[in-house]
Design a protein around this ligand. Structure first.
Ligand code: GAF
Length: 393
């Protein structure tokens, strides 16, 4: 259990509440390619990684919900679990939103206690919020014996984000946290939710994240705006091509043919999504062929599209990607996640990782006066129970 918060979370829970909880870990995720495609019915290529949220959860036999953010030293108590509503306490909404999803499905939520903490850096684009949602959804499903399938838990976690956090996100992050498989990336068709695992060979490339350390404040508003712009594009295309249900069905030829009817910004947003979907398909073929150089080129093209057409990058991320291009042993680099800050994801030859980190850190310091934090991630399995005996070992 080295490096895990679970031992501390476990003892915090037993000291506060005096009974044994269920222990659950829920990983954050990386996404190799396929950004802002999930809510357009398209393709993504994420993996669960070794930065995680940890939970100790138990039913308390009463009607109170007692939530403890271990890292922050903050608590929130709700007198009546039957009356859940959004809270002014930001972090609590990810958890309350999940409990509300059980209720919406007609599943009564009795009083419960939850102590949680996370090693996922907040605002780094590694889905700390999805990990919180998925971890509690999984824990309550176990404790209540509701037997909901993991896909349903992913949908509930996504809905919690929509209704209690106000972000109209797609399903990638929640899916990756629940369905991650150690040593594999997963290609998800976000429309059919069909998925396929691809082995990721860490002897050929390591996944290194460079955290810009910035999170621009309008990120969630801008995210929702991007989604609306895509929907406007689809509405226009649908008048001509009724089979276009989402941008996943659209082509560049169709967009070009009706360019005059589309707002120029909407056109660029849609063109980016259509191209990014194609890049995910190409990238999977390159991964299967073991062609990391070609895979990396798709990553660079993805970043250029996110920067120029989708406009969700920022100066700090652009500096990091340019610095990566100039560093030794790099196959590819791009911003990752919703954007406006957070991390870049970099595929780096194992023998060059140290030199890569030194080189990008120096460039970041020199060009922006900022200190870079980096993470070498490993790919782990999705949300799961951790036996108390393992935590105490
Ligand atoms: C965020 C969202 F939560 C995801 O659903 C996805 O849209 C991503 O941004 C961009 O690809 O992480």
């Amino acid at each position: 259990m080295s490096g895990s918060l679970l031992p501390a979370i476990h003892s915090d829970f037993t000291q506060r509440f005096g009974y044994e909880p269920l222990l659950v870990r829920a990983p954050g995720r990386v996404n190799l390619i396929g950004e802002h495609t999930d809510y357009n019915g398209g393709f993504v290529l994420p993996a669960a990684v070794d930065k995680e949220a940890c939970f100790a959860v138990g039913l308390n036999g009463g009607s109170r919900i007692r939530l403890v953010a271990h890292d922050l030293g903050e608590t929130l108590e709700l007198v009546n679990a039957a009356e859940i509503s959004p809270s002014d306490t930001h972090w609590a909404n990810y958890l309350l939103g999940v409990a509300a999803q059980f209720q919406q499905r007609g599943i009564a939520v009795p009083g419960f206690d939850c102590v949680f903490g996370a090693t996922i850096p907040i605002g780094a684009g590694m889905s700390s919020s999805a990990a919180l949602e998925c971890g509690l959804a999984f824990a309550l499903n176990q404790l209540l014996g509701t037997g909901l399938e993991p896909l349903e838990l992913a949908r509930m976690a996504q809905q919690a984000e929509h209704t209690y956090a106000g972000v109209q996100c797609g399903i990638m992050d929640q899916f990756a946290s629940l369905f991650g498989r150690a040593g594999h990336v997963v290609r998800l068709d976000c429309r059919s939710l069909a998925y396929e695992y691809f082995p990721f060979d860490t002897t050929a490339a390591r996944i290194v994240l460079c955290n810009s350390g910035v999170k621009h404040s309008l990120a969630s508003t801008a995210y929702n705006t991007r989604r609306q712009e895509c929907e406007r594009g689809v509405a226009t295309l649908q008048r001509h091509y009724p089979a276009v249900l989402s941008l996943r069905d659209a082509t560049l030829v169709q967009l070009e043919a009706h360019r005059a009817e589309l707002d120029p910004t909407v056109f660029r947003r849609c063109a980016y999504v259509v191209q990014e979907n194609a890049r995910v398909e190409n990238a999977c073929r390159h991964l299967e062929a073991g062609n990391l150089a070609a895979f990396g080129q798709e990553m660079y093209a993805s970043h250029a599209g996110l920067r120029d057409d989708y406009e969700v990058s920022c100066a700090e991320l652009d500096v990091l990607v340019e610095a990566a291009k100039a560093a030794p042993g790099v196959f590819g680099s791009r911003m990752m996640g919703g954007g406006f800050g957070g991390c870049t994801i970099n595929l780096v030859a194992p023998e060059h990782v140290d030199a890569f980190i030194a080189s990008v850190s120096a460039a970041y310091q020199q060009q922006l006066g900022l200190k870079l934090e980096t993470y070498q991630t490993t790919i782990v399995s999705g949300v799961g129970v951790v036996p108390v005996a393992v935590v105490q070992a």
